[in-house]
Design a protein around this ligand. Structure first.
Ligand SMILES: C[S@@+](CC[C@H](N)C(=O)[O-])C[C@H]1O[C@@H](n2cnc3c(N)ncnc32)[C@H](O)[C@@H]1O
Length: 220
């Protein structure tokens, strides 16, 4: 059983500015940090990309890429499509948008790239595990999975990070109805599905992390 869906329609337009006001360019830095490693990818599945700032940039810099973008929010998908078509050549033929719940909608594949920027933290642990198990069979060998998320570091930044994350969850609960209240552990689920973390970078004293994972299917 999946958790009740949040609705991001109301905050789709101001989302970018709310982000810049609260955290400046830190999330943007995370999203774009590994973009140069994605220029040879051919088929991407992009989950919950919001207003499409990342996907537009990716399609613009990788003209061979085709992408499926899934989001529950019609308003976010509208902004995403507009932004992609404005920035990337032939985006209209290379991009398919699906207004759907990533936890239940049919998935195509094979994909050599999965992107989840600040999306897995919308999920509960069981929903995240279910999602990873659904995506794993669609992965091509050596597929990359790019994850950006909030993170609770150890040391002096632990408490400030907890306060920030709790405050953000509360704000999203009020604005979108998001029920998730704690960060799920994506690392264990990805490892169990046969992925290995090959690169990572922290921002904001460890409160944000962006990671590149690679799929190495087990040999029989
Ligand atoms: C916190 S926003 C992140 C947006 C963007 N990826 C970013 O980097 O800021 C989460 C996005 O995921 C979408 N979303 C949340 N739960 C979803 C689900 N179960 N299936 C598909 N999309 C979902 C929301 O509509 C929203 O666009």
């Amino acid at each position: 059983m999946t958790t009740a869906q949040p609705n991001f329609d109301l905050i789709a337009r101001p989302y970018r500015w709310l982000e810049y006001i609260t955290l400046g360019r830190a999330l943007e830095d995370c999203r774009l940090h590994y973009l140069p490693s994605l220029l040879k990818r051919k088929q991407a599945l992009v989950l919950g990309d919001g207003d499409g700032r990342f996907l537009a940039q990716l399609l613009a810099e990788n003209p061979h890429l085709r992408a499926d973008a899934i989001d529950t929010s019609a308003a976010m998908l509208l902004l995403l499509r507009k932004r992609c078509e404005g920035l990337a050549p032939n985006a209209s033929t290379r991009l398919k948008t699906h207004q759907a719940n990533a936890l239940t909608c049919p998935l195509d594949g094979p994909y050599d790239l999965i992107v989840t920027h600040f999306f897995l933290d919308c999920l509960t642990q069981p929903d995240l595990e279910n999602l990873v198990n659904r995506i794993a069979p669609t992965l091509a060998p050596k597929a990359l999975w790019l994850v950006s998320d909030f993170h609770i570091p150890s040391g002096p930044m632990r408490l400030p990070a907890k306060v920030l994350v709790r405050t953000l969850y509360l704000a999203f609960r009020i604005l979108t109805g998001l029920r998730t209240a704690r960060l799920p552990d994506h690392a264990t689920s990805l490892q169990q599905a046969g992925l290995t973390r090959i690169a990572h970078r922290h921002r904001l004293a460890g409160i944000l992390v962006t990671e590149l994972w690679q799929f190495n299917p087990a040999t029989p």
